[in-house]
Design a protein around this ligand. Structure first.
Ligand SMILES: CC(=O)CC(=O)SCCNC(=O)CCNC(=O)[C@H](O)C(C)(C)COP(=O)(O)OP(=O)(O)OC[C@H]1O[C@@H](n2cnc3c(N)ncnc32)[C@H](O)[C@@H]1OP(=O)(O)O
Length: 438
């Protein structure tokens, strides 16, 4: 199937280093972090005063003051303040979904350029008033006379002080993401050793990426942080094997703090444009955004695991892109949990699953592990939910640009096109996937 509309260029990306929750960004708001990531992008690409087509961004955890977050960030930026902006939210798929929305509008000619962004703070999660207190305060506010207002407030009881704390749990099952992932890990027989090896590789590869200057473009220092705080270059599989399981039950519990993402804070942004817009400003194209597909699973009534929707989205993506699973130079599979990545790969290799559940004639295929998350991923970098998509798109665009030999030169190995596949699982049983080319 051909790509619809104009070619969409990824021109650049930027992010602040990601922090562990309750660390250096504990008092940073979503607006402050997203503003910093956008300011870095504006500075690097000379966008001050530019009227962009749109700024699309989101956060999973939002305070009520963040109701118009993206627009507030534009108003606090050096962009032309007439740049329209709006918020999106698709759990951990938010950042990638924002990229897709901007890309689609550029492809259709509705805008010529735009920025997609994402931010989250697990430190400064919004606490709500409990329902009873909220109703009581609303009743008091509606009261027309002082005695009536005082009468309403006289209903205040100690139980009203208990706040409504957001939980990292699925509303329909009450289970946390980790507990859901542990079930899937057990179903697919994902071993502790394989999970720890994947986590160690993520740290090793992210550390190597820093060493070779691949991440020199981050906005640093931000609140004193120069690198992703969660990164532990000395995090070997042997050290990880000593950690106690935190999700799952009994002997079969394999998921630890080391092979799960940490609760994190951070923000990222991606600049997308039409070929002409980028050329007019002399901005090099890092990669082309070519295809995207989403899927969702019914994890409540069906046997599918909560975080397995990318398993279903990727076959649709491959069909759209006219590609086989093994055709890609890079695979960026968001490491929500090591077990989630490994269960995804296991499903694609399993003939019975692929024929029965995906309706394919055989297994979808395997991927070369040396091409998977080659610059590290969420286990090492951390996972501020809505900021992860932008981190991944930015990473892959840079990898493709690098592999293609940099701007204007032919690909190092003589091939015409280098391609990368992105897969992000999201709460609610959703998956967002995309292809970038260069
Ligand atoms: C949301 C979506 O839409 C989709 C998704 O992405 S799903 C994923 C969403 N994310 C989550 O659910 C977050 C899950 N993570 C958590 O809840 C928590 O981080 C956790 C429960 C896993 C761990 O929390 P914690 O216990 O506070 O971790 P932490 O104290 O940092 O680490 C525990 C121990 O492991 C050690 N450790 C952690 N990582 C390590 C590593 N890489 N190497 C070696 N040791 C490590 C720590 O040093 C610590 O050791 P001590 O006890 O000796 O100090």
């Amino acid at each position: 199937m051909a790509t619809v509309g104009r070619r969409v260029a990824i021109v650049g990306s930027n992010r602040i280093p990601f922090a562990r929750a309750d660390g250096p960004y504990a008092t940073a708001s979503n607006q402050e972090m997203l503003s910093a990531a956008l300011a870095g992008l504006v500075e690097r690409h000379g966008l001050a005063g530019e009227l962009l087509g749109e700024f699309v961004a989101g956060a999973v955890l939002k305070h009520s003051r963040d109701f118009n977050l993206a627009r507030e960030v534009v108003l606090g930026s050096e962009l032309d303040h007439r740049t329209p902006a709006y918020d999106v939210q698709q759990a951990c798929g938010t950042g990638l979904e924002a990229v897709i929305l901007v890309a689609n509008k550029i492809a259709l000619g509705q805008i010529d350029c735009g920025v997609a962004g994402g931010v989250d703070t697990a430190s400064d999660a919004p606490l709500g008033l409990n329902d009873d207190l909220r109703r009581l305060l609303l009743k008091a506010r509606r009261a027309r006379t002082l005695p009536r207002r005082l009468g309403a407030l006289a209903g205040l009881r100690p139980r009203h002080v208990v706040p409504d704390i957001p939980r990292n749990a699925e509303p329909r099952t009450g289970l946390s993401m980790g507990e859901h992932a542990a079930r899937t890990a057990a179903e697919w027989g994902i071993s502790r050793a394989d999970q720890d090896a994947l986590a160690a590789a993520s740290h090793r590869r992210l550390a190597a990426a820093y060493e070779r200057g691949f991440l020199d473009d981050l906005v640093t220092p931000f609140r004193g942080l120069e690198r992703d705080q969660n990164l532990r270059p000395d995090s070997t599989a042997e050290k990880l094997a000593r950690l106690k399981p935190v999700f799952g039950k009994g002997e079969g519990a394999t998921m630890t703090a080391g092979n799960s993402t940490p609760l994190s804070d951070g923000a990222s942004t991606v600049l997308l444009a039409s070929e002409e817009w980028a050329a007019e400003r002399g901005l090099p194209v890092l990669a082309w955004f070519t295809h995207a597909r989403t899927a969702a699973v019914d994890f409540v009534d069906d046997p599918d695991g909560l975080l397995t929707a990318p398993v279903y989205a990727v076959p649709k993506l491959l069909e759209a892109a006219g590609a086989e699973l093994g055709d890609f130079d890079f695979y960026e599979i968001h490491e929500a949990f090591a077990s989630q990545v490994l269960a995804t790969l296991a499903a694609w290799e399993d003939e019975d699953f692929c024929t029965r559940r995906l309706g394919l004639p055989g297994p979808l295929g395997s991927i070369d592990r040396d091409r998977l998350n080659v610059a590290g991923s969420s286990l090492a970098a951390g996972h501020p939910f809505a900021a992860t998509g932008g981190r991944i798109v930015g990473t892959l665009a840079k990898l493709l640009h690098e592999k293609a030999g940099g701007n204007g030169t032919p690909a190092a190995d003589g091939t015409a096109t280098v391609r990368g596949l992105i897969s992000v699982c999201a709460a609610g049983g959703q998956g967002v996937t995309a292809v970038l080319e260069r």
